[in-house]
Design a protein around this ligand. Structure first.
Ligand code: AMP
Length: 397
């Protein structure tokens, strides 16, 4: 995969696939501009080198039809503000005058096309639609890691129409490099911390990680299914009965492979799912009847901390407790602090998943880890070992 650093940009019309699928309020204004901010380096590189940046994205799910509510013109002023320069709104990619508009742009200009998903051909990965986009530019840059798991016209099909001239933007490049650093070029001991609500949504990640990790920490709501598989009581905790055989398989597989698998050894429990619930600390791995496991207890925090501090590579996805409630955020905070300390001692730490990122933010530790992946679904699929079409198309270019 070639990075934008290798692209000759001067005087070129550069088609840049970005992911500006931002959350919006009722006035259609972005409530977070993180996704826009993360493309700043790529856009600056193009304009500083004398290229023309033609940005294209999707927004929401218009299902193949034009829909004013989901027009990118609503986020245009936020894009201008975040990128710190004027951005020309070009309108729809299939408009009759689109080529004229693009021909009037000058080196250093930044322009934005309308929501690509106004055409059903975008999500179909349609070749003719990709060709219609491709004829507007000289080279192609993909900086939309968050959409790299989709085989769409503007992410995968189009890259093949730019042989030798398709590049990864800085965001996409750094996301892929950080995931490779953890999964393929890792330094041992490699510890994965997997938490969150359900085993079922993390199952394929767990299976893929079994081939790579030295230590596997399983925490949060999903740990109670494993606890049950070991024969302990889980009270009113989150529990997926149909996942018990799978949990048993994972426990056996870990033993067979010599992986150290760590589960909580004590819990902070609640008598209702609320911040002001009554609290009970268990003495062991059993959750009493009428109580729900909400967070890792003190012995668990010490155990997890020791494992994390002994690691050279760390992957963390999923909180180990209901961190949204202050009463039950101590376990997740302890994990976050241990990851930060290990990073300071030289370990490489990759953190991903909306809730885990939010937890780090809550504790003011977002800047203290090696890399935060904002890739969402694309990151999860990468961790599952699935080849991402957007990345594959760039690698084969
Ligand atoms: P996920 O999206 O699967 O990563 O799950 C994240 C959610 O899991 C967060 O909102 C946490 O509050 C929740 N969670 C973590 N631990 C528990 C627990 N012990 N009981 C219920 N929910 C939990």
């Amino acid at each position: 995969m070639k990075s934008i650093d290798q692209a000759p940009l001067a005087g070129k019309k550069v088609l840049v696939r970005v992911d500006y699928n931002v959350p919006q309020n009722e006035q259609l204004q972005p409530t977070s501009v993180t996704r826009i901010k993360r493309t700043l380096e790529t856009v600056n590189k193009i304009t500083n080198d004398g290229g023309i940046a033609i940005l294209m994205s999707h927004l929401g799910r218009p299902k193949g039809e034009a829909n004013d509510t989901l027009s990118l013109k609503h986020i245009l002023s936020a894009v201008c503000e975040t990128l710190g320069k004027p951005v020309i709104f070009l309108g729809d990619v299939l408009d009759a005058d689109i080529e004229d508009k693009i021909n009037r742009l000058h080196p250093g200009d930044v322009a934005l096309l309308e929501n690509l998903r106004f055409h059903k051909e975008e999500e179909e990965g349609d070749l003719e639609f990709a060709k219609a986009i491709a004829k507007l530019g000289d080279i192609y840059v993909n900086d939309a890691f968050g959409t790299a798991h989709r085989e769409h016209a503007s992410t995968a099909t189009i890259a093949r129409l730019f042989p030798g001239k398709a590049y990864a933007g800085y965001l996409l490049y750094s996301e892929v490099q950080s995931l490779k650093k953890v999964l393929e070029e890792k330094k041992s001991p490699f510890t994965a911390i997997i938490g969150g609500a359900k085993v079922s949504t993390k199952l394929n990640i767990l299976k893929n990680l079994m081939e790579k990790v030295d230590n596997l920490i399983i925490g949060g709501g999903m740990s109670y299914t494993f606890i049950a598989a070991l024969g302990f009581t889980y009270g009113d905790s989150l529990f997926e009965e149909e996942m018990v055989p799978v949990a048993k398989e994972i426990l056996e597989d870990a033993k067979r492979r010599g992986i150290n698998l760590y589960l909580p050894v004590d819990y902070v429990c609640a008598d209702k799912f609320a911040n002001d619930a009554n609290v009970l600390l268990t003495k062991d791995q059993n959750v009493p009847n009428g109580w729900e496991g909400m967070d890792a207890g003190p012995n668990t925090r010490n155990l997890f901390r020791e494992v994390i501090l002994g690691s050279k590579t760390i992957l963390w996805n999923g909180p180990v407790g209901v961190f949204e409630f202050d009463t039950f955020d101590g376990g997740t905070k302890a994990v976050a602090e241990a990851v930060v300390e290990a990073t300071k001692n030289g370990a490489y730490s990759l953190i991903g998943g909306g809730d885990t990122i939010a937890a780090l933010g809550k504790f003011g530790l977002s800047k203290e880890v090696s890399y935060i992946s904002t890739g969402g679904g694309a990151m999860l699929e990468y961790l599952e070992g699935i080849e991402l079409p957007g990345i594959k198309a760039l690698e084969e270019n």
